[in-house]
Design a protein around this ligand. Structure first.
Ligand SMILES: *Cc1c(COP(=O)(O)O)cnc(C)c1O
Length: 410
């Protein structure tokens, strides 16, 4: 008890809010302690992702308590490991999927089809038909054409309509790819009954890794307006789907869940005449802090005799697990196991961090400057903390021959 683990975050830059300085140590308890023990004992080949299932269980229970009565649809893409899906089935979770293979995965692990929502607004006709044949009855749409195809291939299904949001300040924004304007959403939801579909409600996504609890308010307000307008026309929407976005802990620590729950609950009360049944689609929040990615240093080098910055090349990069370092959106907390043991983590120097492939974009961090021990050398382990979300699922099959990131669940 009371043990702590020294962690490295990039030195403050304009992208890091100085009001919440990055942590320099984290408690060596819970997921990190259990995963470190597993790595010590099993010594699996690197790179690898280790997932602590107990943390996912805890997160799910916290979320269920914070949003009492809400439907929690796990966004499978965040971490599609079978053990993760199975655990969430056991806990009573529902599932947000984007493709037939994700439907198959959830059903194979025991999910009931009526607990699966096909949340992708971009679907082939045949895929909608496949989902329907497997018992899926809830879809999200944002266009006339998709709505008509759902009516044809999934007769009688329920539909959410996704609205597009102005910039919400998330660290990994969706841009304009998904959702439609409120007036079109209103029309699509009014059209649903004419096509034999049940309009479920408005949906949206405030952008992943959303650190501002107030970011949901404008979207909930728009959803409330759409819901009221349709009610006046005799079209009742029973639900509100507030999507994902709840954050994990990286360089900028996430505010407590209670802050989000309080703000969101207050927004819903303010903007809805009658309380809708709330639907959440948590991905990152449930799994990010349950994972630790262990990598190995391949090479430490300098580009000139005068450069003070070292290049540190790892056996993990953009293509085998760390895709979210694109644009350096996500800056993970790092730890250096050998230096912890030898007590030599004190002397540090600035580094650029890069992956192992022959691709010039396979650089993790060069604008965000981390400081790593001067004693770092090839063969040393480097741990990426809180990497349970959007790592293994983003890993390519064999770019340059590098295998996809394996996941070990404990
Ligand atoms: C990816 C995704 C989510 C999960 O988002 P997180 O930010 O990881 O919680 C939820 N809903 C939809 C439709 C998504 O595409």
């Amino acid at each position: 008890m009371g043990q702590s683990l020294a962690v490295m975050a990039p030195q403050p830059t304009e992208t890091v809010d100085t009001a919440t300085p990055p942590p320099t140590a984290v408690e060596l308890t819970g997921a990190i302690a259990r995963i470190r023990e597993y790595l010590e004992r099993e010594k699996p080949a690197t790179p690898c992702l280790v997932i602590d299932l107990a943390t996912i269980r805890e997160r799910y229970q916290q979320l269920a308590a914070a949003f009492d009565g809400a439907g929690l649809y796990y966004a499978v893409k965040a971490n599609p490991a079978r053990e993760v899906v199975r655990l969430l089935v056991e806990l009573g979770a529902r599932f947000d999927v984007a493709s037939p293979p994700e439907i198959d995965l959830c059903l194979a692990e025991g999910a009931r089809p009526e607990h699966i929502s096909y949340g992708n607004t971009i679907k082939k006709r045949a895929d909608i038909g496949y989902a329907y044949a497997r018992g899926v009855r809830l879809f999200t749409t944002d266009s006339d054409t998709d709505l008509e195809t759902i009516a044809e291939m999934a007769p009688g299904a329920s539909v959410f309509c996704r609205i597009v949001l102005a910039d919400t300040g998330s660290l990994t924004p969706f841009g304009h790819k998904f959702g439609c304007a409120p007036d079109l959403a209103t029309r699509l939801l009014a059209r649903a009954p004419e096509l034999g579909l049940t309009p479920a409600g408005v949906s949206f996504h405030v952008g992943s890794q959303q650190l501002d609890p107030r970011a949901w308010d404008a979207a909930i307000e728009q959803a409330g307006e759409i819901t009221a307008k349709l009610a006046a026309e005799g079209v009742e929407l029973g639900m509100l789907n507030i999507g994902g976005g709840l954050p994990g802990n990286y360089t900028r620590p996430a505010p407590p869940l209670a802050d989000f729950a309080t703000a969101i609950t207050a927004s819903v009360e303010r903007h809805f005449a009658a309380p809708p049944r709330l639907v959440l689609e948590p991905g990152r929040f449930l799994v990010s802090d349950a994972g630790l990615l262990r990598s190995e240093v391949v090479l430490v080098s300098r580009k000139s005799t005068v450069d003070d910055k070292r290049w540190v090349y790892l056996d993990v990069g953009r293509y085998n697990g760390l895709a979210e370092t694109e644009n350096e959106y996500i800056t993970y907390l790092l730890a250096t196991p050998r230096q912890e043991n030898s007590g030599s983590e004190g002397e540090t120097g600035p580094v650029y961090l890069a992956g192992p492939t022959c691709d010039g974009d396979d650089v993790l961090y060069q604008h965000n400057v981390y400081r790593l021990p001067m004693s770092l050398r090839p063969g040393d382990a480097l741990d990426f903390l809180n990497t349970g979300a959007y790592t293994a699922s983003y890993s390519s099959i064999a770019f340059n021959g590098f295998a996809p990131l394996p996941t070990h669940c404990i």
